[in-house]
Design a protein around this ligand. Sequence first.
Ligand code: AHR
Length: 490
Amino acid sequence: MEKYLINPNQKISKINKDIYGHFSEHLGRCIYEGLYVGEDSPIPNVNGMRKDVVEALKEMGIPVLRWPGGCFADEYHWKDGIGAKEDRKKMINTHWGGVIEDNSFGTHEFFELCSQLGCDAYVNGNVGSGTVQEMSEWVEYMTFDGVSPLAEQRRANGSEEPFTVKYFGVGNENWGCGGHMLPEFYADQYRNYETFIRDYDGNKRIYRIACGANAFDFNWTDVMMKKACSRMNGLSLHYYTVPHDWGKKGKALEFTEEEYYITVEKAYKIEELVRRHGDIMNRYDPEKRVGMIVDEWGTWYDVEEGTNPGFLYQQNTMRDAVVAGLTLNVFNKYSDRVKMANIAQTVNVLQAVALTDGEDMLLTPTYYIFKMYKDHQENMLLGSYITTPDISEKETLPKLIESASIKEDGTIVATIVNTSLDESSEIKCQIADFKVKGIDAEILTGPMDAHNSFENKNAVKTKIFDGYKVTADGFETTVPPCSIVKFVIK
Ligand code: AHR
């Protein structure tokens, strides 16, 4: 029997709700069709935003949305996306399928979407092909509430009040698609661009995010912290779980048990990444003022057969749910440093929480993890520890991965992932100085390739879990293989 210890007396750090954030890029069918269908669409919408997706995302508890990219951000020119739609300049989306972008979804539409979702806005600026002036003017256009030509233009375009930009990203992947810069050069660029992001009256101070490292590029983090730490609020980190290699990544639906374990083991590398990038940040910022912002993460497979290779459309199974569950547990554990994370990407792209087919929509197993875990949002992370065997040959994949937090009213939330495909785990949980009055538990489980399709949308869904017994100081439970369980303990 495994031992699970939770200490409600050890409150470690607040789990910022934005750890449960999402990312939406002008890529494939994420924005167009996935989120925005236009006012004249037969698909039910409010001001062009599709109702079914907005409702589902609200229900899931989406706290923040990143836009407009990704690679797209560094070729996006915001002025092309404002004013009368028929006059908006068209462009080629060179990164993603070479399709024509008509700019019908622009700044005002993004803030309309955020307002319908009730979430905060994370806008990503263009360093790669933009200018300091262009970025500075975008911030003024969005957030200045005084009298200026740009603020007047915003008003003329229908928004009397300034928008609230909570987070602003200064470029994206500037080590790659955002300009192939070296860290020293980008650090200087960052300092220059950031200087002209003004905090206007009436808008709260904008949280500035510098472009951070790709996966294991620890030197990038070191250089950025050394050269620009004092001028940033957050530093990003991107990590995608690719089962094989970038050429032949592996399929989303058809995969072997071996490929399951390869994927989950690679996903768990996020723990090492957050820890090691965090260690570097600690050297320059021991007070943990600068947030680690994991603004792109998730699984990346070969696109579904017959779909545009540039659209990155993939299905989503229990394997993805396990990846999401363990990753969010890791972010909770490091919530003293990780202040936001944005899974890629909200709808129809990569590890999406919703897929659409015309007017039809389904929710993926990953969706149910976010909905299940929303109970952690804004809680205090608790000290917790679980004994667990390691189930990979290289000893880099624990069978059980957990996190526990406490709400202001004293309710404890614990989420446990069992990564094994064939073995359940008997667990005895003890909670220090705590008298359990009652427990509500939920589970998401199924065969590794279980998924929701347009023919069967409810194959994978959260269910009430009653496989536990309350004890004097906690509970005993058996967690089935390939499952994610949440205990809400009063
Ligand atoms: O999410 C897809 C792409 O992955 C993003 O545009 C880019 O930032 C990353 O390489």
